[in-house]
Design a protein around this ligand. Structure first.
Ligand code: 26Q
Length: 860
């Protein structure tokens, strides 16, 4: 019977076809004659999932039997994108020499399961590409932090680490962005509309979660350090949904467990008896609201009660699950940190620290200090920002109302911590108040989550070298003094080359595997193999192939843009080879400075117009400002006024520039609506140049910079975040850096407070033009808040200080791209050759070694 069961895994295209048809008929209850692309996507996914589930079970069993240390990655965001194509790529097993020629034709070529399935789909009358397009993105994240978590689970599975992700199963992911009259409009992302074949509902795993209520101390006088009784006032169930996470070229399939909030089946009899039936039903309905929607802020904290409820719901459910699994082994509590590492993705899961302490003290009756020692050894915290407005704080009143016992525990943690500080630095009241978990500002007291996360963890890491240095000298300076510098470390971010090279850019992947003679794509596991490419950096034949791939990808993006633009072409395909694709796609934020980019575009446009007006020919203009398309994309938080205004400005400039016949298509501007992971897979491979131009010291790392470099795009950027290490890895000749350095930012800002910045002439002309209504004829004042923030409100993001350096560097870009294409291609090839460091596999190995002390569990 077991063998028969095993056969259910398909190995050939015939077996896949059989499986596919049975899913069409049994799972979807349809006939093959009535199977559209959406149904074909569902049936394909179900078939692939069957294979994964078999490996999932084996993986879980293996990891349990071997008993190694388990890693849990707690993240409120997992920006996964699509699963099907990724599964097809990762499921790849190389045909072993002895099997070649044994099975069907497709497999004999030493080919991937993906090719096999493409062939099978073709036999059945479907086109794989169309089927893949049916899948909605799993968009359970805002931006960098959420996508990082998605890359990490890919690398954890690929590295065979016994690791689970824990998150929330939001019914609505990040909103879909529509652009209407140039403005962002948010519409709900109901991604579960058609059933989701990638999730496995675990109806048997339901964890009761309590909120509100009180701590019962009626049994005599009790210390808050002793086991205490929290009587919850509202109860909700957390139900598990699992997503299989396949590793690349391994049968390891890990798990991403997402919690869904459900009403309890208990009935509130007190309300029922008092005749308040309607109220008791309403309270049950409230349960579902906890996992209804992802908060759409990126790098900005908002103290909403529902958000805190989400955080506790998720932490409590995950911790319960982790502790239950640990207890099955019957090991003593003191070994908990040897069995388990929990990584906190930012401060969002900080309550997990408090919850574990509560479980150990209140439920398991451990001594406070023994418990606390276990907690610290278990947790580690990743910081993703130095910006004050992004640091999480919760009002003491709100936290104590929702979680009365947890607040007591936080006060006790703080009490012991401050005592230790006092011992080490006697009589330094200032220090005590600076590092206290409780911020005692005049009116309201707040819980500083980052401080709690540091105090409850054994390691704290930043996400790029510059950032990790900055947190030690700014926001966490006092904690370095208290704990020593060794508690703080750096793990520079990375991205998965499976999705961001192989999947997004199949043409480049093919050229690479041919060139470095790696037909089985082993370079995707060992990116140092890419250095082989350096040999061909100046080879004319290779440069041509390299450039052809780029042209293909630019055409692919031009097609997407045409489709998004209602079927009207924006980009002149005839000249696409000589059109520089200049791209900035990321969340819209003042610190990321999309405004600097669009002001640069306006400057270019004004220069072109001026040349023409003073009698220059279009050829002369084209010589000075060669063909370029400037592409933007990204979402703004719905309540972020300035970011939304930047989006409107980009669209307004596009309207004017794209319709100006005089400049003859030499400059185009386009804002891609609804930027998301699957669009990024088309956009990233198409850049000649991408922009990573944050004010120095503000972007913790950035990860799209790595994606663009991995796809042969060059970068214009500030000396910020991971740009610093990218420069070191690929060489300073291969990146266009500009602008002030982070060490000068404070002084520049300080000076702006006393006198408005002196605007460089070209910037003044740009701002004057914007204020003249050139881009907003109906409302001349529309963009005044943007120009005013530079002119009169201290130019906090230093646009005026960096503008001239920016446009001078853009001139240099034009020069190399248009006058020295060979040089450009050389830079592009050398960039890819040396991008290996930014694989998230390297990143996960660093976490495993320096923070988790975890080892892979390899399949035999
Ligand atoms: C906090 C409280 C309440 C509501 C929302 C939030 C919240 C949500 C999302 C705060 C921050 C975020 C997201 C932050 C983020 O994406 N940071 C980025 O992380 C990347 C991965 O490390 C870095 O590359 C980026 O530099 C950093 O901006």
């Amino acid at each position: 019977l077991w063998n028969k069961h095993k056969v259910q895994k398909f190995n050939t295209s015939e077996e896949f076809e059989e499986k596919f048809i049975s899913h069409v008929e049994w799972t979807l209850a349809r006939s093959l004659y009535n199977c559209d692309d959406l149904a074909a996507y569902q049936a394909t996914s179900q078939s692939v999932r069957d294979n994964l589930v078999i490996d999932w079970n084996k993986t879980q069993q293996r990891q349990t039997v071997r008993g190694g240390k388990r890693v849990y990655y707690l993240s409120l965001e997992f920006l996964m994108g699509r699963a099907l194509d990724n599964a097809l790529i990762n499921m790849r097993t190389d045909t072993s020499a002895q099997d070649v020629g044994k099975t069907d034709q497709v497999l004999t070529k030493g080919n991937t399961s993906r090719e096999m399935i493409r062939q099978a789909m073709k036999d059945l009358g479907f086109k794989l590409e169309d089927i893949l397009e049916q899948e909605p993105d799993a968009a359970l994240g805002n931006g960098g932090l959420g996508r990082l978590a998605a890359c990490f689970v890919d690398s954890l599975a690929t590295g065979n680490f016994p690791a689970w992700g824990y998150g929330l199963r939001y019914q609505y992911g990040i909103f879909a962005q529509k652009i209407i009259n140039g403005y962002q409009v948010e519409t709900p992302d109901y991604w579960l509309n058609f059933s989701n074949p990638w999730e496995i509902e675990r109806a048997e795993i339901q964890v009761p979660i309590n909120f509100y209520g009180y701590v019962d101390r009626t049994n005599g006088e009790q210390s808050t350090l002793a086991p205490s009784d929290w009587i919850g006032g509202e109860r909700v169930l957390a139900m598990a949904h699992d997503m299989p996470i396949p590793g690349f070229k391994t049968s390891t399939v890990n798990n991403l467990r997402l919690w869904n909030a459900k009403p309890t089946t208990e009935f509130d009899f007190s309300k029922f008896n008092s005749g308040d039936y309607k109220n008791s039903v309403e309270q049950q309905q409230r349960a579902e609201s906890i996992t209804a929607v992802l908060y759409p802020n990126d790098n900005f904290e908002q103290g909403k009660e529902l958000r805190l409820k989400q955080q506790y719901f998720w932490c409590a459910a995950s911790l319960h699950d982790i502790v239950r699994r640990f207890k099955k082994n019957g090991r003593p509590w003191s070994e908990f940190p040897d069995a388990i590492a929990i990584q906190l993705n930012d401060t969002h899961p900080t309550l997990a620290i408090v919850e574990l302490q509560r479980i150990l003290v209140d439920l398991e009756k451990l001594d406070w200090h023994l418990a606390w020692d276990i907690v610290i050894k278990t947790f580690a915290y990743t910081n993703h920002t130095v910006m004050q407005e992004a640091l999480e704080k919760w009002p003491v009143g709100l936290l104590g109302h929702l979680l009365p016992r947890h607040l007591e525990i936080i006060f006790d943690i703080n009490w012991f911590f401050l005592q230790n500080v006092e011992k080490k630095f006697p009589h330094d009241m200032e220090l005590l108040s600076r590092v206290s978990i409780i911020e005692d500002a005049s009116s309201d007291r707040q819980v500083r989550m980052a401080f709690l996360a540091i105090i409850g963890s054994h390691k704290v890491n930043g996400v790029a070298e510059l950032h990790s240095d900055l947190i030690k000298t700014t926001i966490f300076q006092d904690f370095v003094k208290i704990y020593g510098a060794n508690k703080f470390t750096n793990v520079t971010n990375g991205i998965t080359p499976r999705r961001w090279l192989k999947q997004a850019n199949p043409k480049l992947a093919q050229l690479i595997s041919e060139t470095i003679n790696d037909p089985n794509d082993d370079y995707l596991l060992d990116m140092s193999k890419l250095t082989e490419l350096s040999k061909y950096a100046e080879d004319a034949g290779f440069q041509k192939k390299w450039n052809d791939v780029k042209q293909f990808n630019k055409l692919r993006l031009a097609d997407l843009i045409k489709r998004l633009n209602g079927g009207v072409d924006v980009i002149d395909r005839e000249h696409i080879r000589n059109t520089l694709f200049d791209i900035q796609v990321k969340r819209i934020h003042e610190y990321k400075r999309q405004q600097l980019n669009i002001f640069g575009v306006i400057h270019r446009y004004l220069e072109m117009k001026e040349m023409l007006q003073s009698g220059g020919s279009i050829e002369e203009v084209a010589n000075r400002y060669p063909r370029k398309v400037s592409i933007f994309g990204g979402k703004s938080a719905p309540g972020y006024y300035m970011a939304k205004l930047i989006i409107k400005l980009v669209n307004s400039v596009a309207e004017v520039v794209n319709n100006d016949a005089e400049i003859q298509d030499l400059l185009k501007v386009y804002f891609i609506p609804d930027y998301n992971v699957s669009k990024a897979e088309i956009i990233t491979p198409a850049s000649d140049l991408s922009e990573h131009i944050s004010t120095a010291g503000t972007e913790a790392s950035g990860t799209s910079n790595m994606k663009f470099v991995m796809n042969g795009g060059l970068i214009i950027g500030t000396v910020d975040g991971a740009n610093v290490e990218i420069t070191r890895e690929i060489g300073e000749d291969n990146i266009f850096l500009f602008g002030n350095l982070s060490e000068n930012v404070d002084e520049l800002r300080y000076n702006h407070q006393f006198h408005n910045p002196e605007l460089p002439k070209p910037l003044k002309r740009v701002l004057d033009t914007v204020e003249s209504g050139a881009f907003s004829p109906q409302n001349h004042h529309e963009f005044k808040p943007l120009t005013d923030s530079i002119k009169y409100h201290g130019d906090y993001y230093l646009v005026s200080d960096d503008f001239e350096s920016y446009i001078a560097t853009q001139d240099l870009v034009d020069e190399v791209y248009h006058k020295n294409k060979k040089e450009w291609l050389k830079k592009s090839i050398l960039s890819v050759a040396n991008v290996g460091f930014f694989s998230s596999d390297r990143c996960i190995e660093e976490y495993a070694e320096t923070i988790w002390n975890a080892e892979p569990v390899k399949p035999e």
